[in-house]
Ligand binder design. Structure first.
Ligand code: AMP
Ligand code: ZN
Length: 109
């Protein structure tokens, strides 16, 4: 965990946030600036700055994040209509917060 990281602060409860999901490994909450009717961020508790520095030991965590996003999509009733799961990687890839997170976006009519 780092003191400056906004997602670490959210995970630590320093920024009030409604969690859609929370366990020892990851949390999920709605994006503050949604780009779709449903826009949820799935975030590991572990502070990993980018996908580029993902370690071999972290790979099961990524599977867990994808499964959590799938389950949240079902709860949000967008499983059948469809959705996107996106990792933005580094500044050129649109990453603004350097604590990895999976965007779940969908719900378009
Ligand atoms: P990225 O550009 O992939 O790093 O995505 C960062 C996302 O975090 C953006 O979509 C922001 O809207 C979102 N975001 C930033 N601050 C917050 C916050 N306090 N709560 C929820 N989402 C946030
Ligand atoms: Zn962090």
């Amino acid at each position: 965990m780092t003191n400056e990281c906004i997602f670490c602060k959210i995970i630590q409860g320093k920024i009030p946030t409604d969690f859609l999901y929370k366990d020892d490994d990851l949390v999920a909450f709605r994006d503050i600036n949604p780009q779709a009717p449903v826009h949820v961020l799935v975030v590991p508790v572990k502070h990993i700055p980018t996908i580029n520095v993902l370690a071999e030991d972290d790979l099961p965590l990524i599977g867990k994040m994808v499964a959590a996003a799938r389950d949240i999509a079902k709860n949000e009733k967008i499983s059948k209509s469809g959705y996107k799961l996106i990792f933005n990687v580094e500044k050129g890839g649109g990453q603004e917060i350097f604590h990895i997170h999976l965007h779940l976006v969908g719900g378009w009519k």
